[in-house]
Design a protein around this ligand. Structure first.
Ligand code: SF4
Length: 417
């Protein structure tokens, strides 16, 4: 907490905390945003994993059908404020387990296309349990070009620590690979109890050997509201595991595409968070606009009520100061290991050098950044520091926000310092 507060104060040069209010804007202000990503949250899972912090409930076909109708309504509510058709660079379905609604995705995508021209790929998260030919064909027929498979680990005892049952996944991944998706991401968790250098490198190798074009690795984070039976390992041990992942991928000629992702060279990226602007639909979905950040209610019932009352289901809104918005941009750019000063200026409206000239010079001198023709690249040292900071940020901000929203559908206010 202290670290994130100090960082926030240093970079925003203000003692002002992040204050979210519940004033519900009538429309999303989408003007002047180039490079808009779309996200749709599907909050249903067959089983609820004990470690998982995301907004989800057990799958129920009737609930899913009524949720889809509400989603279409929310899309219309946002869409009616748009003049003509807006360009969107990508569409991601996350959850939960969106593949459980594979039959409904074409209708949702068609509705979005009334208001958005989707110029990039369509991505969907899928649980290994749901991989079969019928579901994969449905996804392909709906125009899905990228999938992210929530493997977490190929190792039996690592999966057991997460409360998951082991099954051989090689054939399932082969089935995914045969469908011709442009991007196949495999999600893995590292820093699990009992995980060794061998199990970790074997996880990475198995993912790529069985068709992954990208692997997203996440250090185990113990959310306060999760039901984990064990404590996270030390920060030092986590760093060591990240280093093993990095070295293994480098040795296999893979490219590091963000702090926690590695990919085959020349392949596309699966990433719903590294967008300059994004618009989220569904419960718990977030939107990042020119100068605001919004998050929808976590309650499916209240979400439905709100949209049928013709109101946006926003639970909390943060109205950024210019400096806060700049820090937000830099934080997520840094996650992708590159900072583009031109994008900074086009989003913030001020040259990056003018706002952060001293900080960038210092970071270069300390060996955290390398300057090149396209801007700045984070060094490996900076990536390791980011790995530490991101986990602190997750506990201080994301955990605090989600904890509040799990308890109250529309809190009056939230202050994160
Ligand atoms: S990890 Fe995936 S399948 Fe498990 S509860 Fe979370 S979203 Fe659902």
């Amino acid at each position: 907490m202290i670290l994130t507060s100090l960082m926030r104060i240093a970079l925003t040069r203000s003692l002002r905390p992040f204050v979210f209010d519940n004033v519900n804007d009538k429309q999303m202000a989408l003007e002047g945003m180039d490079g808009l990503g779309l996200y749709v949250h599907i909050p249903f899972c067959r089983e609820l994993c004990s470690f998982c912090p995301y907004c989800k409930v057990p799958y129920d076909v009737d609930l899913a059908t009524s949720y889809k109708s509400a989603l279409l309504k929310e899309i219309d509510l946002v869409g009616k404020g748009i003049n003509g058709v807006r360009r969107a660079t990508s569409l991601y379905f996350g959850g939960g387990t969106p593949a459980l609604m594979a039959e409904d995705l074409p209708e949702i995508i068609t509705r979005l296309k009334r208001y958005f021209e989707i110029t990039g790929g369509v991505g969907v998260e899928i649980h290994p349990q749901d991989i079969d030919e019928v579901t994969l064909h449905r996804l392909r027929a709906a125009g899905v070009s990228m999938v992210s498979v929530g493997v977490q680990s190929f190792d039996k005892s690592c999966l057991a620590s997460l409360g998951r049952t082991w099954e051989p996944l090689e054939d399932k991944l082969k089935l995914v690979s045969d469908q011709g998706f442009d991007v196949i991401d495999v999600d893995l968790i590292f820093a699990l109890p009992g995980q060794t250098r061998d199990t970790l490198t074997s996880d990475i190798n198995l993912a790529f050997q069985n068709g992954a074009t990208q692997v997203s690795t996440y250090p185990f984070i113990d959310f306060t509201f999760a039901r984990n039976a064990f404590q996270p390992i030390s920060a030092r041990a986590k760093r060591k595991m990240l280093r093993i992942l990095h070295d293994q991928c480098k040795g296999n000629n893979l490219e590091r595409t963000s702090v926690w992702t590695f990919a085959k060279k020349g392949t596309g990226k699966y990433s719903s968070v590294t967008r300059d602007y994004f618009l989220g639909f569904g419960v718990s979905a977030t939107s990042l606009l020119k100068d605001t950040f919004k998050i929808n209610t976590f309650s499916i019932e209240e979400y439905r009520k709100r949209v049928y009352e013709e109101s946006l289901p926003t639970a909390l809104t943060l109205r950024f100061t210019k400096r806060q918005r700049a820090v937000y941009f830099l934080f997520w750019s840094a996650y992708s290991l590159r900072i583009d000063p031109n994008r900074f200026e086009s989003i913030i409206g001020i040259p990056m050098q003018e706002m952060f000239g001293f900080e960038f010079l210092l970071a270069e001198k300390l060996g955290f950044l390398r300057k090149d023709a396209a801007g700045y690249e984070l060094t490996e040292r900076a990536a390791t520091l980011y790995h530490d900071i991101e986990q602190v940020y997750t506990r201080a901000y994301i955990d605090a926000m989600w904890s509040t929203l799990r308890l109250r559908a529309f809190p009056e206010k939230l202050t994160l310092s």
